[in-house]
Design a protein around this ligand. Sequence first.
Ligand SMILES: [Mg+2]
Length: 88
Amino acid sequence: MKTTIDVFNDIQTELDRSFELHGDLPANIVGMTAIMAEEAGECVKAANNCVFHGATVAELEKEAIQTAAMCVKMVMKINKMKVAGVKK
Ligand SMILES: [Mg+2]
């Protein structure tokens, strides 16, 4: 079983991969929320595949990590925007 530290390490690895692959999120709160929600939607799809199509939870775990990484990336971007004085 993974420890909390293992899970946070997985999220950090996914966050690093995301920055390398896609760069930062857009400085647009609706756009960045949509990107995070897309990952959450993939998480729901993976859960449905477990329940209705006999998939294993491996894909669900992967999508949950990706969603968590996008939540972290979003909070980081919001904080960068606040530091830069962007109010919306
Ligand atoms: Mg995904």
